[in-house]
Design a protein around this ligand. Sequence first.
Ligand SMILES: *[C@@H]1O[C@H](CO)[C@@H](O)[C@H](O)[C@H]1NC(C)=O
Ligand SMILES: *[C@@H]1O[C@H](CO)[C@@H](O)[C@H](O)[C@H]1NC(C)=O
Ligand SMILES: *[C@@H]1O[C@H](CO)[C@@H](O)[C@H](O)[C@H]1NC(C)=O
Length: 337
Amino acid sequence: MPCFNMWTPLLIVLGTLSACFGSDSSSGVVITSITPNQLQRTTARTLDLAIENLPELPGQLLCAFTIGETTVTTEAIKQTNGVKCATPPTKDIPSIPVGQHNITAKLSVRSSNGPDFVTTKFMFFDCNTYSSCTQCVSSDFPCDWCVDGHRCTHDTAENCRNDILITGVSRVGPSFRSGPAFCPTIRGTDIGSQEILVPSGVKKAVKVKVHIVGQFIVQTRFVCLFNIEGRFTKVNAQLLGDVIYCDPMEFTYNSSVSNINASLAVIWGGSKPLDNPDNVHVNIYKCRDLANNCGLCLALPEKYGCGWCESSKRCEIFEQCDKGLGAWLKRDHTCPI
Ligand SMILES: *[C@@H]1O[C@H](CO)[C@@H](O)[C@H](O)[C@H]1NC(C)=O
Ligand SMILES: *[C@@H]1O[C@H](CO)[C@@H](O)[C@H](O)[C@H]1NC(C)=O
Ligand SMILES: *[C@@H]1O[C@H](CO)[C@@H](O)[C@H](O)[C@H]1NC(C)=O
C-alpha cells in the first residue's frame, strides 16, 4: 500500500501514520478474499470483499474498477468483515481482445472523496471466447461445452438445455463427462500418425480416426474440408465405426516446393468442425522435387512410394511413371550408371 502525500491528513485521522512510515510502507489494509473471485464478463454480481483493518471512514465507500483508461465506480456497503459492492454494468466492461479469454480490472476500495485505500485485481473471463470444445473444457475458468449447440458457456442451465454437455476441468463437483478427452475430435490416421501423405496430382480418399459423443452427431452429414495453398475443397464423407472416410479427391499444388501441408477439417451438422487438437493434416509432396536424381530418389523414405522412372528420368510414384506403364525402379533396385 503506497503512501501519498495527499493522504497524510486522512492517515492522521486514521491513526495509521506510523504504519505508513513502516518498513514496508503498508497501511495494513488488506483484501483477503473476494467472493466470487472472478466473473463471466457478460454477467453482473455482488462481490463480497473481506478486508482486514478496514478503517472507519466517514461518508460513502466506493468500489472502483479500472480497466485500461476507464474507471467505473459502484457503491460499496460496509459489512462485518469488509464491504460488498456490485460489479460494473456489463456494457461498461470492454470486450476481451481476440485470442484472449480474460481481462483484469484493478479493483480499489475508496471513500467517495478520497484516494484508494486498498487495491487488488479482479478478473473478468468470457467462456464465449473459446471456439473449440478442447480449449473450452481445458480452460482455467469455469466453462462448459454444449456439443450440439457447439458453444462454450458459463451457464449451461441457460444455454445448454437438452444438449450433451462436456464439463470443464475447472468445474468442481461430479460430472458425467469432464475434460477434453470427451470432446468430439479427430484423433489421427489409422496408424496413429498426425500426417496423411498424398502425392501431388493423385486422387486419394483420406480417412481419419475420430472420437464422437452423441448419437445426433453420428446421424448428421459429414464433410471433409481441405485448405490447399489457401484454396478450400470440400468433399462428402462417411462415418463407419470410428473412421471418417472422405470421398476421393485430387490433391494438387502448384508451387515449386517439394511438399506442402494442407489443413483438414471434418465438419458435421453443416458447420461444426470436430476439434483437431493434434493438427492432423495432409502433406502433399512431389517425388521429383524431393529428389532430382536416381540415387537420391531411391534413398527416399519408403512412406513416399517414390521410385525412379526411367522413361521420364524423374523421381515419380509408380502410377505417374508413363501412367503406370514405364520402367520404374524402386528402393531395392540399383540406379543405372
Ligand atoms: C488471462 O489472460 C492473460 C492474457 O491473455 C493470460 O496471460 C493469462 O494466462 C490469462 N489468465 C488465465 C487464468 O487464464
Ligand atoms: C494451378 O495451376 C493450374 C494449371 O496451370 C491452374 O488451373 C490453377 O488455377 C492453379 N492453382 C493455383 C492455386 O494457382
Ligand atoms: C508440415 O507440418 C509438419 C508438422 O507440423 C511440420 O513438421 C513440417 O515442417 C510441415 N511441412 C511444411 C512443408 O510446412
